[in-house]
Design a protein around this ligand. Structure first.
Ligand code: ATP
Length: 311
């Protein structure tokens, strides 16, 4: 590779996600749960810019409290860059600039989007030319939600959520997201779920259930029909998220009163995702929620996965 081939910087954008459906099965010995989920990538993006450097460093902007996002090896984007370097034998480094828009610990896979973006950005910056399949393998090693952030669109995730199959989705779905200042810890919400199930007679370490995404969810997506989709959106993590943060119940009620078709905890929360009938209806719901002092964002899906904006 000649020096002239090295770009000055590579800018990659990757989307946050909503779990339109999330069924959680039994817990495996390694602590992971089996999942059957439908992801939809939405138009709330993480921007990652990779600059050539001798070592590895990372900076973060777009967040109110810098202490919530680590800038060392605990950061998923940093781990992604180092994993790619190790996998390809690349010997120099990178400076990663993270411009965050997806709420931290919000249940929308922001860290996973950063990791997917970092993989794509470093692969382009370093000219390592990984195949989509190799990128997918590295993504799956980084975290269950990372492969989806690479692919985007609408997809069914099984296994730990990392075995992906594209789902047909027609048209666009309009969502209003209500974010919370304080995040929720994903492991804590899964632990709450296990506890709740144990108290209600199910054993947390039962053999993994055979899980399937219900056909009506896939039919509603294929038809592009928000009314049908609203009727079958579901999240097994909603009960533990509401137990952990009871005030989210008020948020859901407020969105429904404002005219949303349905409201659901996104992933492990605390972001609430409201599905709306149309862009106009979403703007109205957003306005009503903002008027009551909440942070409400109007986004749409599905959108593309991690992609290069400039190089
Ligand atoms: P999940 O993918 O488990 O649903 P989430 O979307 O709820 O996660 P993230 O914002 O991805 O939450 O991050 C959860 C935690 O991971 C944060 O509290 C932070 O400590 C750590 N973290 C590591 N890397 C990142 C990153 N690039 N951006 C944000 N948080 C990160």
């Amino acid at each position: 590779m000649s020096l002239a081939a090295v770009p000055e910087a590579v800018h990659v954008r990757a989307p946050g996600k909503i779990n339109v459906y999330l069924g959680v099965g039994g817990r495996h010995d390694d602590g992971y749960h089996s999942l059957a989920t439908v992801f939809q990538a939405v138009s709330l993006y993480e921007d990652v810019i990779a600059y050539p450097d001798d070592g590895f460093s990372l900076s973060v902007s777009g967040i109110d409290d810098p202490s919530t996002v680590p800038v060392d090896d605990r950061n998923l984007a940093m781990r992604a860059a180092k994993m790619l370097a190790a996998a390809t034998g690349y010997t120099a480094g990178v400076h990663l600039e993270l411009r965050k828009s997806v709420p931290v610990a919000g249940g929308m896979g922001g860290g996973s989007a950063d990791a997917a973006a970092a993989l794509v950005a470093c692969d382009a910056l370093w000219n390592t030319g990984l195949s989509p399949q190799r990128l997918h393998e590295l993504a799956a090693r980084l975290g269950a939600d990372v492969p989806f952030a690479l692919h985007g669109g609408t997809a069914v995730g099984t296994g730990r959520g990392d075995q992906l199959n594209p789902a047909l989705a027609r048209g666009r779905f309009d969502w209003v997201l209500v974010t919370s200042e304080a995040g929720l810890s994903t492991p804590a919400i899964y632990a709450r779920l296990d506890e709740h199930r144990a108290q209600n007679g199910a054993l947390a370490d039962d053999p993994p259930l055979s899980l399937d995404v219900p056909i009506p969810v896939l039919q509603a997506l294929r038809a592009g029909d928000p009314h049908s989709l609203a009727a079958c959106m579901y999240n097994d993590l909603e009960v533990p998220a509401l137990l952990e943060r009871p005030s989210l119940d008020e948020v859901i009620k407020a969105g429904l009163e404002a005219g949303a078709l349905s409201g659901i905890v996104s992933g492990s929360g605390p972001t609430i995702a409201f599905l709306c009938e149309s862009p106009e209806s979403a703007r109205y719901v957003q306005g009503e929620l903002q008027a009551s002092g909440r942070v409400a964002l109007h986004v749409h899906g599905p959108v593309a996965g991690a992609r290069i904006i400039s190089a």
